[in-house]
Design a protein around this ligand. Structure first.
Ligand code: ME8
Length: 686
């Protein structure tokens, strides 16, 4: 069923309970750059993105916003699409899970699994995490979700179950036979270990809410959101339709070549999705590529953490190319990477305005000035090893860039291209074409032609290579070079020395005006303004997302939260007007502690285990601060500890006390309390 010459790539379909931010933009831009390059390499490319619009989380967000789920999802899906259009993302299709074509396809998938004996009816009693849309096994009422730490809800439901347990061996066999299926390598290892540890059957329907796709012939159930969402990759290209055009499209593009995702949804894509497909006897995608997170102020950028940056702020100041270049150059693909306005402006000025911008404007303006705007031909006699070296470097650059890009090493590929830019800028400075131009003899004229041809040819090579990453600027350079439309260029043919003698340059203009010092401030102000507007208008801000335990169980709530501090005995005077008496306050013992040991808790990416010296003893404390603090940095730090809390267990570890912190944003990003002056360990706070 596979077709050579085609390339099908997908982004995750984004939830519409949050407005788009640059985390979403990151995945979309990576896919867009890959898709653009594949098209330039002559591949019949299909690039799919879209929105994930069903589920209890969205139903509740809509209710909180006082509108119907339909109105709610239309609005946010429209914002995603408008942003991609504004950014000139070259998606071929935008799927919404509320569209009839998707609903029909999901129902067809469900029926197919049912008919093949992989779906049966059973019942479930236990804990459920609304945020992750996950059943949590082996947890008591109120227990936190092991994925996100938010409190789970108790549910009793009759459900349809998918026989995931039967897929354990087929999945392991598939992973073994397809080593490139899950990338990068560490993710593959995690997934394999997870599957090896055993799979339980998966509940694939819900009766507790309505906003979903009804189970065929049993509409009191709606289909599990992840079965619904994952199927988009096939429903968008025609699965479930018998229209001949759809049948043809599905046969043409499925299986997908790349599902690009963030690392937090690896399990759904690498375990559930292939399991559904194996059971349905459908071909599996060729690869699932999981990238890292974009961090802002050290924690994952997300709406609920309130630390997001919107793409619009950057588009309105530095433009789309600046954002695209930054995301692909600064972040090592596969790893987490930080975003900051300072780093963005620095990269923009150094790499784009200075390096590429200067190469372009000086080469093109010298050709205009000295050769009347026509590309001169390099002289056969007036050649030096320096000219040959640039040609040779360009040849290696083309080969290396392709190899690195194809391995998803975008940052290295761009570094490779920029090494050529730097080498040519150096070559220009060393060969001083402006000085050569002053000499009027024949040889000097030939030498000048060689220098400028070499520079222009290098500029052409770089522009073609990096066009998928910075499409606007390279399209402008290309047309200034007199080469017409860059999108029509066949990248497979790129080689040194193809720039034709006498090519008439277009109008020469600077491509990247330098950003001045005030740009960072301007972007910060715009971001603040957007957040304020968002906060007053934003429907989704009201969504009752539970607090994550990672930052909330111990830190995201006040120290007097009922479940961490014993209730006062009946004899204590009752609180008046929400105020407590000094006696109430004095019940809480707060002391200065010093962190002696800090380490991550295995399997809980938000928790740190610490040993804290509180003067009289060293206490083990487990706190949800791992996203905000590197363990190494905490050692030796003075902190404030609630020392008289009843011990509690987190992830099987006893936590004997609570570390005090400010709680920022919707999700309570922790900032540890501390002192400006030096204070002795064990000192009491009152
Ligand atoms: O998970 N850094 O939707 P979602 C990098 N609907 N990438 C980020 C990011 C960040 N800080 N924040 C978001 C869902 N992303 C499901 C997917 S697919 C069948 C269903 C990107 O809106 C990244 O690609 O939570 C991540 O996986 C995705 O957005 C999550 O989007």
């Amino acid at each position: 069923m596979d077709n050579p010459g085609k390339f099908y790539i997908t982004t995750p379909i984004y939830y519409v309970n949050a407005r788009p931010h640059i985390g979403h933009t990151y995945t979309t831009v990576v896919c867009d750059a890959i898709a653009r390059r594949q098209r330039m390499m002559g591949m019949d490319t299909w690039f799919l993105t879209g929105t994930d619009e069903h589920g209890q989380k969205i139903e509740r967000s809509a209710a909180a916003a006082g509108c119907s789920p339909r109105e709610f999802v239309d609005k946010i899906a429209g914002e995603f699409r408008a942003l991609w259009d504004h950014m000139k993302i070259t998606y071929d299709d935008f799927i919404r899970t509320t569209e009839p074509r998707h609903i029909r396809g999901v129902q067809a998938m469900f029926t197919r699994l049912q008919e093949r004996g992989y779906i049966y009816k059973g019942s479930y009693s236990g804990q459920y995490c609304v945020f992750d849309e996950l059943y949590v096994d082996a947890a008591g009422p109120g227990a936190p979700c092991p994925e996100c730490g938010r409190p789970t809800e108790t549910v009793h439901e009759e459900n349809y179950f998918f026989k995931l347990s039967a897929m354990q061996e087929p999945l392991l066999k598939f992973y073994a036979e397809h080593p490139g299926f899950i990338r990068p390598e560490p993710r593959r290892n995690e997934v394999t270990a997870f599957v090896r540890s055993g799979l339980r059957d998966l509940s694939v329907s819900r009766t507790s809410f309505k906003w979903g796709i009804p189970v065929p012939n049993d509409p009191k159930h709606v289909i599990y959101v992840w079965l619904d969402a994952l199927a988009n990759y096939m429903t968008a290209i025609g699965f479930g339709s018998d229209d001949p055009a759809d049948v043809q499209k599905l046969a043409r593009y499925w299986p997908a070549d790349v599902h690009m995702i963030g690392k937090e949804i690896v399990r759904f894509h690498c375990v559930y999705w292939p399991a559904f497909l194996l059971a349905a006897d459908l071909p599996l995608p060729k690869s699932i590529i999981a990238h890292g997170w974009l961090l802002f102020e050290e924690s994952k950028m997300s709406k609920s953490r309130g630390n997001i940056v919107r793409s619009e702020t950057i588009l309105d100041t530095l433009g789309g190319d600046a954002l695209r270049y930054f995301l692909l150059r600064e972040i090592v693909f596969g790893q987490d990477g930080s975003f900051s306005f300072d780093a963005l402006v620095q990269r923009f000025n150094a790499d784009l305005a200075n390096d590429l911008g200067n190469l372009s404007s000086r080469t093109l303006s010298m050709i205009t000035r000295y050769f009347d705007g026509e590309v001169p031909y390099p002289s056969a006699s007036e050649r030096t090893p320096a000219d040959e070296a640039i040609g040779a470097l360009a040849g290696r650059t083309i080969a290396d860039f392709h190899a690195q890009f194809e391995q998803f090493q975008f940052s290295r590929a761009l570094e490779t291209a920029w090494s050529l830019v730097a080498a040519v800028n150096k070559y220009i400075v060393e060969n001083e074409p402006w000085a050569v131009a002053e000499r009027e003899d024949q040889d000097s004229r030939a030498r000048l032609a060689t220098i400028l041809y070499t520079s222009a040819e290098a500029l052409r090579v770089v522009s073609a290579l990096v066009h998928p990453v910075i499409p606007d600027a390279t399209a402008r350079i290309w047309s200034q070079l007199g080469l017409g439309e860059i999108d029509k260029f066949d990248l497979r043919s790129l080689a040194w020395g193809q720039l034709q003698l006498g090519t008439k340059l277009g109008k020469v203009e600077p491509v990247f005006p330098r950003a001045d010092k005030s740009t960072v401030e301007r972007m910060q102000q715009m971001e603040q303004q957007r957040s304020m507007e968002g906060a007053s208008k934003e429907t989704i801000a009201a969504s009752p997302e539970p607090q994550p335990a990672g930052t909330g169980t111990q830190l995201g709530r006040p120290a007097t939260q009922a479940d961490s501090v014993p209730s006062p005995p009946a004899s204590v005077p009752a609180a008046v007007d929400n105020k407590i008496t000094i006696d109430d306050f004095l019940k809480v013992e707060l002391r200065v502690g010093e962190v002696k040991v800090a380490e991550k808790v295995k399997g809980a990416d938000k928790l740190l285990r610490m040993e804290v010296d509180i003067g009289s003893e060293v206490r083990q404390i487990v706190a949800g601060i791992a996203k905000a603090y590197e363990p190494e940095k905490l050692i030796g730090r003075k902190v404030v500890i609630v020392t008289n809390l009843q011990p509690r267990k987190l992830r099987g570890l006893e936590s004997n006390g609570m570390i005090v912190a400010a709680s920022l944003g919707d999700e309570g990003q922790p900032v540890l309390a501390g002192f400006l002056e030096d204070v002795p360990v064990g000192a009491k706070l009152k």
